[in-house]
Design a protein around this ligand. Structure first.
Ligand code: APR
Ligand code: PHB
Length: 390
C-alpha cells in the first residue's frame, strides 16, 4: 500500500491529524494496535481550550461537542477554609473553556473519520518504522496473521507515551527531560449530579482533591493518593469518605454520591522529548510530552501539535513549502514548555508532598494567598488555564 502520511496511533492526535489532512485532499493511513472499544474505554481529562474547540470544528467533528459540551467561565480553588473563584472570562477578557470528555472527543473523531471513508486500521500488531533515512519510509505491521507494508512520504508518531515512534530518534540526538511526582491521582466516574456547576480544585492537608464533571448528570472526581496505591483497597465508600473529608463542608454535605462506573489510578509525570522531528518522522501529543493532569493540558497540547503538524504538511503538499516542517519541533516545544511550566507549578501549589516541611507548606500557602489576593497573579493563571495562543 502507498500513502502520503503514515500515522501511528488512533488516539485524539492521530485521528485529528488524519481528518484535517483528508479535508485538504492529503492521503493518510492510521495504524492502531488496540480495538476501537479499548481506545474508547480509557477515561482521561475533559477540559478543552478554545484552540482545541476551533480545531475540532475545523475537522468537522465538533457538532456534538457544540451541543453537549459545557462552557465554563471559571472554577474554584479551595485551601484551608477559603474558597476562591477564578473568573476566567473576566480575567482574560472573554475566554472560556469547554468541559467535554476526551472519550467523547475520540468518539466524534472516529465517527468523522468513518463518515469521510478514512482508513483507520485497528488491531495492527508489531507496528514498526523502516527506512526512515530514505526518501520513502515504511510502516510495517501484522494484522490477522498477515504481514503488511505501507510506503509513506512522512510518518506521524501519534502513539502516546508508550509508543514505538520516539525510539526511532537516535539516542545521541534525542534529549529527555523528566520529573516524576511522588503521588498519583485516584479517579472515579459516577452517574451522579456534579458537586458544583464549576470545577473545584482543593489543596487540603490530607491531599489534593478535584471535583470535575462530564455532563450535568455525570461526575468525575479525583483524590491524590500514593503512587503505589492498591486500587482493590479503594471501595466506593472509602473513596467518597476520603473525597468528602477534603472538600469544603458546604460542598461535601450536599453532594450526590453513587456507585462508581470507572475507577483508576494514574501516576503524575512531567516529560518532554526533544526534538519532535527527525527527518521524515514527526512526533505529536503524548509520544513527545506528558504533563501532570493538574492544569488539564495533556489533550490541549496534543491539539496544538496537530495544528502545527497539519499546517506544515498542508504547506508542503499544497505550496511545496518546507519551512513549516523545518520549524515544527521548535514551534511545538515553545508552547509545550510553557504548558509544562504551568502544569508543574499548579501541581506544586495544589498537592501535599510527602517530604514537605513547615517551610515548604508556608511557601505553598503564601503562593495560594498571593494568587487569590492579586488580580495580576490571577490574570496570569487564567491566561494559562484557558490556553496560550497557538
Ligand atoms: N502501534 C500502534 N498504535 C499504538 C502503538 C503501537 N506500537 N503504541 C501506542 N499506540 C496507540 C495507543 O493504543 C493509543 O490509542 O496510540 C494511541 C495514542 O493515543 P493517546 O495515548 O491518547 O495519545 P494522543 O493521541 O497523543 O493524545 C493525547 O491523551 O493521554 C492523553 O493526556 C493525554 O489527553 C492527552 C491525550
Ligand atoms: C477531568 O475532568 O478529568 C479533569 C478536569 C480538570 C483537570 C484534570 C482532569 O485539571
Amino acid at each position: 500500500m502507498r500513502t502520503q502520511v503514515g500515522i501511528i496511533g488512533a488516539g485524539p492526535s492521530g485521528l485529528l491529524l488524519s481528518q484535517l489532512l483528508h479535508l485538504q485532499g492529503i492521503d493518510s493511513v492510521v495504524l492502531e494496535r488496540r480495538t476501537p472499544g479499548y481506545v474508547l474505554g480509557r477515561i482521561r481529562a475533559g477540559v478543552l481550550e478554545q484552540g482545541m474547540v476551533d480545531l475540532l470544528n475545523a475537522a468537522q467533528a465538533g457538532e456534538r461537542m457544540n451541543k453537549e459540551g459545557l462552557v465554563h467561565d471559571g472554577f474554584e480553588i479551595c485551601f484551608g477554609d477559603r474558597r476562591h473563584r477564578i473568573d476566567l472570562k473576566e480575567l482574560t477578557g472573554g475566554d472560556t473553556v469547554m468541559v467535554y470528555g476526551q472519550t467523547e472527543v475520540t468518539k466524534d473523531l472516529m465517527d468523522a473519520r468513518e463518515a469521510l471513508g478514512g482508513l483507520v486500521i485497528y488491531e495492527a500488531e508489531n507496528v514498526d518504522i523502516v527506512d526512515l533515512d530514505g526518501e520513502t519510509p515504511k510502516l510495517t505491521y501484522r494484522k490477522d496473521g498477515v504481514d503488511h507494508e505501507i510506503v509513506c512520504d512522512y510518518i506521524a508518531g501519534c502513539d502516546g507515551y508508550h509508543g514505538i515512534s520516539r525510539r526511532h530518534i537516535p539516542e545521541n540526538i534525542l534529549k529527555i527531560h523528566e520529573r516524576v511526582y511522588p503521588f498519583g491521582w485516584l479517579g472515579v466516574l459516577s452517574e451522579t449530579r456534579p458537586a458544583s456547576d464549576e470545577l473545584i480544585y482543593v489543596n487540603h492537608w490530607r491531599g489534593f482533591a478535584l471535583c470535575s464533571m462530564r455532563s450535568t448528570t455525570r461526575s468525575r472526581y479525583y483524590i491524590q493518593c500514593a503512587f503505589d496505591e492498591d486500587l482493590e483497597e479503594w471501595t466506593d465508600d472509602r473513596f467518597w469518605d476520603e473525597l468528602r473529608a477534603r472538600l469544603p463542608n458546604s460542598v461535601a454535605e450536599n453532594m450526590e454520591i453513587g456507585p462508581s462506573i470507572e475507577k483508576s489510578i494514574a501516576p503524575l509525570r512531567s516529560f518532554v522529548a526533544e526534538p519532535m522531528r527527525h527527518g521524515r518522522l514527526f512526533l505529536a501529543g503524548d509520544a513527545a510530552h506528558i504533563v501532570p493532569p493538574t492544569g488539564a493540558k495533556g489533550l490541549n497540547l496534543a491539539a496544538s501539535d496537530i495544528h502545527y503538524l497539519s499546517s506544515a504538511l498542508i504547506g508542503y503538499y499544497k505550496q511545496q513549502r518546507t519551512d513549516l516542517m523545518d520549524g515544527y519541533s521548535e514551534k511545538c516545544l515553545n508552547r509545550v514548555w510553557k504548558a509544562e511550566r504551568f502544569s508543574w507549578w499548579m501541581t506544586t501549589i495544589m498537592h501535599r508532598f510527602p517530604d514537605q516541611n513547615s517551610f515548604d507548606r508556608g511557601i505553598q500557602l503564601a503562593e495560594l494567598d498571593y494568587l487569590c489576593g492579586s488580580q495580576s497573579a490571577q490574570a496570569s493563571f487564567a491566561e494559562n488555564y484557558v490556553g496560550l495562543p497557538y
